[in-house]
Structures are given as C-alpha cells and as structure tokens.
Design a protein around this ligand. Sequence first.
Ligand code: HGY
Ligand code: MN
Ligand code: MN
Length: 417
Amino acid sequence: MTDIDRATQAVREDRLWRRHLDMAKLGGTARGGVNRQALSPEDAAARNQLMAWARARGFSVSTDAIGNLFVRRAGSDATARPVLSGSHMDSQPTGGRFDGMYGVLAAFEALEALEDAGIATRRPVEAVAWTNEEGSRFQPGAMGSAVFAGHYTLDAMLDVKDWKGVVLRDALTETLAAAPAPGRGERPGFALDGYVEAHIEQGPRLEDAKTTIGVVTGIQGSRRFVVDIVGEEAHAGTTPRAARKDAFVAAVAIAGAMQEATRDADDTLRFTIGRVDVLPGSPNTVPGRVSFTIDMRHPDMEVLDAHEARLRAIVATGAAPCSAGIERVTSVAPTVFDPAVIDLVRDAARRQGLSHMDMPSGAGHDAMHIAALCPTGMIFVPCERGISHNEIENATPADLAAGARVLVEALLRLANR
Ligand code: HGY
Ligand code: MN
Ligand code: MN
C-alpha cells in the first residue's frame, strides 16, 4: 500500500464531523448557525479549541502579528518551505457551520491522517486559520491572508474600526490575550512552497451536477465600496418636503439607479448592498446621514472597471440636494490558480474514484491572496442547495471527508516534491 493510500485511508469521517459539531457550539445560534465574528470572544474560543487539539497531537502552534493561527506538523527537512492548507474560523453574523471552518478542519484532519498513518513528509505541513476572512465586522475581508501576502499593510489594518468604533488593534490584543500562542516573526509572511484550501462551494453547481469534488480553477474579481450621503437633520413634523435634505431619500434614489445600471443580460455581475446605516436613526428626525456598503464581483476586470465608472457617475449626480461620496475599500483582481495544483487536485479526485468537475469560485477566499505567493489551488465540496452565509448552511459528513481525502493526497504530493 502506498503512502498516499495509507494517508487517504487514515482520514476519519466521524472525527472530522465531530470536530465541526464541537466548533459549531462556539458562537452557535438558536437557528443552528454560528455568529463567530472576527476577533470576538467566540473567535478566541475557536482558536483555543484548535490549539488544544493541536497540542494533544504534538503539533506546534503559533500566531503572527495579524493573528493568523498556524498548526505545524514537522517535516524531515525543517528548513524546507512548508506546504500550507487552511481557511478561516470567523463567520458572518448569521453564518453557517461550514463556511471557512471546513477548510481549517479539513487541513487539521490531513495533519492527523498523516500522523496516524505514520507518514514522514520532507516539508513541514501546516494548517492555518486566517484572521478576519469575512470582513463583515472589520472591512476589508480576507485581511489576515492579505497582510500575510503583503497586499495590505499591517499598520493600516490595525487602525481599522468596526461599525461600533472598536479599533482592530484592541480587538486583536484582547483575542490573543484570551487565546495565547507563541509569536511567529516580527511581521506576517514567510516563504511557502504551496497552498491548497478546501471550502464548501457556497453555490448549487456541484449538487445540481451530483458531483462530489469541485476542482477550482480560479476566483472572480471583487470590489467593495462605501457610499456616504450627507443631508441635513430636521424635524419630521415641521419640515416641508421642499425644504428637506433627506439623506435616506437620496440613498434610495442612488441605490435604485445602481441596481438598474448593474443589471446584465447574462446575470454574471454580482452587485450587493449589504449594510445600510441611517443616522441619527430616530423615527421623528429626517435622516442627516446615510452610508451603505457595495460588494461587486465579476470574472472580468474591464467589466468591473466599466461598472465602477457607472457607480461613480450615479453618486456624483444622483444625491441632490444632499451631497454624496463613494470610496473604494478593496479591489481584488480575478485569481487564476496554478495549473499544476489544479491537476494535482483533479488527479487525486480521479484516482480516488470521486466524481469531480472543474469550476471557478464565485465566492472570495484567502487563496486569492496566497496565490500571489506560491502555487495555489482549492477543493470544493457541495453544500445543501448551495446555501451559505445563512444559518441553515449544511453539508454531509461523507462529502466533507471526501474533500479531506483529496486534500491530504494533494498536500502529501506537494510536501514530498
Ligand atoms: O464574501 C465572500 O465571498 C466570502 O464568503 N467571505
Ligand atoms: Mn469562506
Ligand atoms: Mn463567507
């Protein structure tokens, strides 16, 4: 029996499923989802849980200056560049039990399978939980992996505030004090030899195709904006409409115009206004200020550029008698994964007799930043009706384990090449 067979057979579906159920209790919600937002007490609890499991297996743990958490299984060549696998443990406010967490636990399961099978790898293999992938509390998202890749500066991210004004630096200090681990270097980032991330698809294509493994070819481009509209607070009972500078009326006009302007015939562009803050938020005061977020995605940068120009034009002309501005918070170019890693994933699925299909990712992932550092790829498994960013998000133990078996094969091949 080959090392690869021994490693894939050492993946345990029951252990992997039970770990998901254990983690789902940390920030668990009444509807069966999770609210485990970045750098919250629930996030710290998940970090401590992962580190407890890691220490029990004799793996070493460390965190870097943005809080990325690493679980390292030593290789025979300690100086060799490690192979990494992971995702994120932070969730949406009404998130599911598998988004992100599956990638972290599948990576940990791969380490355990290698350990149980007694397989020595030349390179160290590490599981990673990237800080703040969701970006729902602190914008931008995929923050930990972006700082690791040098795409955002650590200092700029430490100064970011959440919607309540909490500074990320303080939330990070609190989290690392609650979930302490040895530091890893002064600044985030170290040389990698390869990265493979497992994730639920967060869309319906695998389930519709009755296919177990998604061989991910890349990730579409994404941009985030914040629109800020300033009017004038006034008395709701005494102020005539003609005299009002109602920031909410302007926001509705602008948002409606944007929805129309971004409608495309083939329904490829993704345009979402996910958060709206109306100030002062009193029923009997005309809103003086409204801000809202925009999340826009498309596989083609030129299409994103053209739509961004449209959004800016709408903001420039559509707010009168209020004033309005639009700020681009993030822009991540479409990601194309490494052909050799794509082949590795596809060959592993084929060798293991699993149904598989090549497909792009509509969702963003930490892999979009790590792809700039080393050969990178992703593995998708189905989720029920493609539903995600929703507490009813669901997946099956068998599919999760199948993805973990493909992952351990890909990691073993990368770690010994
Ligand atoms: O928004 C995304 O694409 C990711 O799920 N955070
Ligand atoms: Mn995710
Ligand atoms: Mn997500």
